[in-house]
Design a protein around this ligand. Structure first.
Ligand code: ADE
Length: 347
């Protein structure tokens, strides 16, 4: 235990990130699993006495030396990366009553993007039109890629203004709001914007996926989970993975699967899968392919088909992200500009 405190504190000594012991109160509200422990909701008392919600990551009990190392690495990396509107920012570190190190980051009210998107349903406003066969329900259901099409309870009032296709709307039950395809595109553009910032700071994320992207209030994207991230001292320097952990294979680029090579351009591949997850409202990629067969399928040229909500120009971006040659994939700056262009032109 002594060794633990020493390791962590030695690295943190140089940083101005240690918070006062009594500044943080951790609640029992569980927010998620980090790579090395749990994330709970907490409260931070600011210098001027205000209380604000925070997320507190703590290490699991009896952490391995690698857990410690990676935890410290995440803290140092977050500190180095600094603030950006689309990156979860670090508030600081502190020690709990047992002198265990905790990482305090900004709280994102709407949770992770995957869970958020899975609560979006496709609803048909004109239930009768739908059932008398103007639209073939089987076709529509298939088109919506197995998202259940529900009819709205009240079909007497005026329909909401955001038609997605065939009198269908995207409805978020928890929030009681209608979403538009532009809202989905805005998520994608903001992820690209955050990734562009990471790229400029020479950080390769290595685990970009909808589950690792959070939404703060006003539905602002915040990229998180730097647990697997690496600082590459030279841009696009290839890094070998030496972790024994299960790998997110369905998000991994061909070269990551084959050679454990991770670069900004392999992050671009993962971004393509994340884009697919967004347009599929939180669907699971390659549902019919087992993880062990993914590499062979991709090698022989298989790519996921276009989600119904995804326009052709956006699908082109997705396919470009999955180019076998990393050098031929678009850069995050270009991806962001293309998505912003699609939003402006309403495709
Ligand atoms: N789950 C993991 N990290 C979180 C955060 N910063 N805010 C809200 N939920 C989270």
């Amino acid at each position: 235990a002594d060794g633990y405190d020493m390791t962590v504190l030695k690295g943190l000594d140089d940083l101005d990130v240690l918070l006062d012991d009594d500044a943080i109160t951790v609640s029992d509200v569980f927010l998620g699993h980090g790579h090395f422990g749990v994330v709970r909701k907490g409260t931070l008392k600011t210098a001027d006495g205000r209380m604000c919600s925070v997320a507190v990551k703590s290490l699991r009990d009896r952490p391995s030396s690698r857990d410690l190392d990676e935890f410290l690495r995440e803290i140092l990396l977050m500190q180095k990366v600094g603030k950006h509107p689309n990156i979860v920012s670090m508030i600081g570190c502190c020690l709990d009553a047992n002198r265990r190190c905790m990482l305090v980051v900004e709280y994102c009210q709407l949770g992770d993007l995957q869970t958020y998107l899975r609560k979006v349903s496709i609803k048909s406003w004109y239930a009768n039109d739908f059932y008398v066969g103007r639209t073939n329900p089987a076709e529509l259901t298939a088109a919506a890629n197995s998202k259940v099409v529900e009819s709205m309870q009240d079909t007497t009032g005026p329909p909401p203004p955001m038609v997605v296709f065939n009198n269908c709307y995207l409805y978020h039950g928890d929030e009681n709001v209608f979403l538009t395809v532009d809202d989905l595109l805005r998520f994608a553009s903001q992820v690209a914007n955050g990734m562009l910032y990471l790229e400029n700071n020479r950080v390769v994320h290595r685990d970009l996926a909808a589950r690792n992207v959070l939404l703060s209030d006003h539905r602002t994207i915040k990229i998180c989970d730097f647990g697997l991230s690496r600082d590459v001292y030279e841009q696009n320097l290839y890094q070998k993975s030496n972790r024994g952990d299960p790998l997110p294979v369905k998000w991994m680029a061909l070269e990551s699967l084959k050679y454990q090579l991770y670069t900004t351009q392999s992050d671009v591949w993962s971004f393509g899968v994340l884009l697919w997850e967004i347009m599929m409202l939180g669907g699971s990629p390659y549902p019919t392919i087992s993880s062990s067969r993914i590499y062979e399928e991709l090698r022989s040229g298989y790519r996921m088909p276009r989600p119904t909500l995804c326009c052709y120009s956006l699908y082109e971006v997705m396919l470009a992200c999955w180019h076998a040659n990393p050098a031929n994939r678009p850069k995050f700056g270009t991806i962001k500009d293309t998505i912003d262009g699609i939003m402006e032109n309403q495709y």
